[in-house]
Design a protein around this ligand. Structure first.
Ligand code: GAR
Length: 210
């Protein structure tokens, strides 16, 4: 099983979904480490309580991004990590780090990329009046919120949605597609050609299955 680290900064609900999925005996990845850049992340204490291996690398004590990332890298090597899942990890990563994990790092983003890169995706989607919103699991490349898309799920926008209500429905879909995306990639059922992931799933509704 692929030794995977989950990188978080906060709540860690996607972390929970990945940990739960990886408990299945036939799941091709195991969660070998939960790593946070915030020592006080709620997800980190939850992971600890579940008996997971955890670590915190507080970005604030490092002079720069590369020093911080060198620390991350050493820790990942010490735990013999082979694959990374960013799950609400709110630090930008340098090309130095990203290139080291090229093809071996996934992210979950709360929009249908390439729409709504960056922050406040739900608020911006509501402002634009879009009728369909969603989430994307994708490989990480140096450009923020770009990279080959492994899985997406769409969510209908309701007239009375608030950023919070929309976020909650999108989050449910994140919890569904992120474990699916990791399963597909870890089992070698997809291949990347340029910016495209072939063999991946597209989802026009709630029905995507691995
Ligand atoms: C999730 O909605 C995730 O998609 C988003 O942060 C939230 C983390 O929640 N990520 C980003 O916005 C990345 N740019 P979680 O900590 O409960 O998984």
């Amino acid at each position: 099983r692929l030794r995977t680290a989950i990188l978080i900064s906060g709540r860690g609900s996607n972390m929970d979904a990945l940990i739960a999925a990886a408990r299945a005996p036939d799941y091709p990845a195991e969660v070998a480490l939960v790593l946070s850049n915030r020592p006080d992340a709620p997800g980190l204490s939850r992971a600890k309580a579940m008996g997971m291996a955890t670590a915190a690398v507080d970005h604030k004590i490092y002079a720069g991004r590369e020093e911080f990332e060198r620390s991350l890298q050493l820790l990942l090597e010490a735990h013999r990590i082979e694959f990374l899942c960013l799950a609400g990890f709110m630090r930008m990563l340098t090309p130095w780090f990203v290139s080291r994990w090229s093809g071996r790092m996934l992210n979950i983003h709360p929009s249908l990329l390439p729409a709504y890169r960056g922050l406040d995706t739900h608020e911006r989607a509501l402002k634009d009046g879009v009728k369909i919103h969603g989430c994307t699991a994708h490989f990480v490349v140096p450009q923020l919120d770009e990279g080959p898309i492994v899985a997406q799920a769409a969510v209908r926008v309701a007239d009375d949605d608030t950023p919070e209500s929309l976020a909650a429905r999108v989050l449910q879909e994140e919890h569904r597609i992120y474990p699916l995306a990791l399963r597909l990639v870890a089992s070698g059922r997809v291949r990347v050609e340029g910016n495209r992931v072939l063999g991946a799933l597209r989802d026009a509704g709630q029905g995507m299955r691995a």
